[in-house]
Design a binder for this molecule. Structure first.
Ligand code: FAD
Length: 389
């Protein structure tokens, strides 16, 4: 293998370059990215960048030392066996890494609609976060909650509109997500639940119910779609992202996929998974690089995610899809720090959500990995160390 092309210059793309070199690949590497910027991290965009604490989140990676040809401001448009078609011509490859991430979903309507995916989005939004500005955030998911936090801190009048019964209900279910409802009121943020936006208008939003909410700034945070349109018509199978096996191989020889755009087979959970989290973009490229170079490697993590919202560190590990019931460690109405545990059959931990309990998260992730049975009476006592349950 002489030439590997990595398409997508986000975290998963950069980590793929690093992993190829770490696995001893000495051939040429070309990293193609649609954005004009050097690769940067996205988690700080809705945190430190919006709060005005930093303007740059460039990934700490010495691309010069890695001897990679960086092609920025160039998009991949199509793929044939051995050839990536780009906006600047064709690139031949022997090995290809697909790391094109995801793009935000937008809603109907004529009004100006901000989204938050890129550093440019974050800087544009930040300019509007001034005292008294009326901001409507559509979607109380992870990013919506973080933006609401930053906007409230900046003195904006913040309204969050959520279609589900509770914040974070798509990720956590309404019961667990419901425990975060009081955080909104405490921060002075108005939260509308079970409210569907019909259209984004020039001066606000109109709900399906006909109600109108006026706004100076509207941010749509209703999720993302894998950025895989450029693969249409290619031999790479796509279904909710690029379909890959447990080695991160696509349906086309010598092509692997990683990060937000990859839909991989999890041996551990016995199902396909596409996880839009930083830790996946960080970890999967090592397996993908090994696979591309002919080693045998399997990607099978316990997914991990964190969010910083309303002054809380919220962390999640596992996959709650196999869970039969959930239990609380601590009382969210009384305790500052608490956790939710999702239990699968035989009281094995499927997933854990922790609020300001980082040790529970670390131990919980190991317990999910280990798959041991838990003593439920000890588990619900937050004074008992989780690994001793
Ligand atoms: P991306 O970071 O999306 O990178 C893909 C790159 O490919 C992009 O630069 C894109 O422009 C480029 N590209 C797309 N199409 C093409 C094409 N056709 N040709 C060339 N280039 C292309 N995760 C957490 O775990 N915790 C957090 O707190 C957290 N906070 C977040 C906050 C924000 C605001 C956002 C947006 C995400 C956050 N995430 C968080 C998620 C995390 O950042 C992503 O999971 C991670 O960035 C995925 O990395 P990636 O490299 O797969 O994709």
């Amino acid at each position: 293998m002489d030439h590997v092309v990595v398409v997508g210059a986000g975290l998963a793309g950069v980590r793929s370059v690093e992993a190829l070199r770490a696995h001893g690949f000495a051939g040429r590497i070309t990293l193609v990215g649609e954005e004009p910027h050097r690769p940067y991290d996205r988690p700080p965009l809705s945190k430190a960048v919006l709060l005005g604490q930093t303007d740059s989140t460039v990934v700490d990676s010495d691309l010069e030392a890695l001897d990679v040809r960086l092609c920025l401001g160039i998009a991949a448009k199509g793929l044939r066996d051995g050839v990536v078609e780009t906006t600047e011509g064709e690139l031949d490859y022997d090995g290809l890494v697909i790391a094109t991430g995801a793009s935000p979903v937008r809603l109907r309507g004529e009004g100006c609609q901000h989204v938050l995916r890129t550093i440019d989005d974050a800087l544009a939004l930040r300019a509007h976060l001034v005292p008294g500005a009326r901001i409507v955030v559509i979607g109380a998911g992870w990013i919506g909650a973080e933006v609401a936090t930053a906007a409230a801190k900046a003195g904006c009048v913040v309204t969050v509109i959520e279609a589900g019964e509770a914040p974070l209900s798509a990720a956590l279910g309404a019961v667990a997500g419901g425990h975060t409802i009081p955080w909104y009121g405490k921060a002075g943020v108005e939260l509308w639940l079970g409210a569907m936006v019909g259209s984004v208008d020039p001066d606000g939003v109109t709900l399906m119910s006909g109600a109108r909410i006026e706004a100076d700034v509207i941010l749509t945070c209703v999720g993302v779609r894998p950025a895989v349109d450029w693969l249409k018509g290619s031999a790479v199978a796509v279904e909710d992202g690029v379909v890959v096996d447990e080695h991160l191989r696509t349906s086309l020889a010598n092509v692997v996929a990683v990060g937000d755009c990859a839909n991989w087979w999890s041996r551990r959970f016995g199902r396909r998974m596409r996880v839009e989290h930083w830790d996946t973009a960080l970890g999967a490229p090592d397996t993908a690089a090994a696979t591309l170079l002919g080693e045998v490697a399997v990607y099978d993590p316990v997914p991990y995610f964190w969010s910083e919202q309303f002054g809380h560190m919220v962390q999640f590990a596992g996959h709650r899809g196999t869970a039969e019931r959930l239990l609380l460690r601590g009382d969210p109405l009384v305790d500052e720090k608490w956790a939710v545990c999702w239990l699968a059959a035989e009281d094995r931990l499927a997933a854990i959500l922790t609020v300001d309990r980082p040790r529970d998260l670390v131990q919980g992730r190991r317990v999910v990995e280990g798959g041991q049975r838990l003593d439920v009476t000890r588990l619900i006592d937050p004074a008992v160390t989780l690994r001793d349950c």
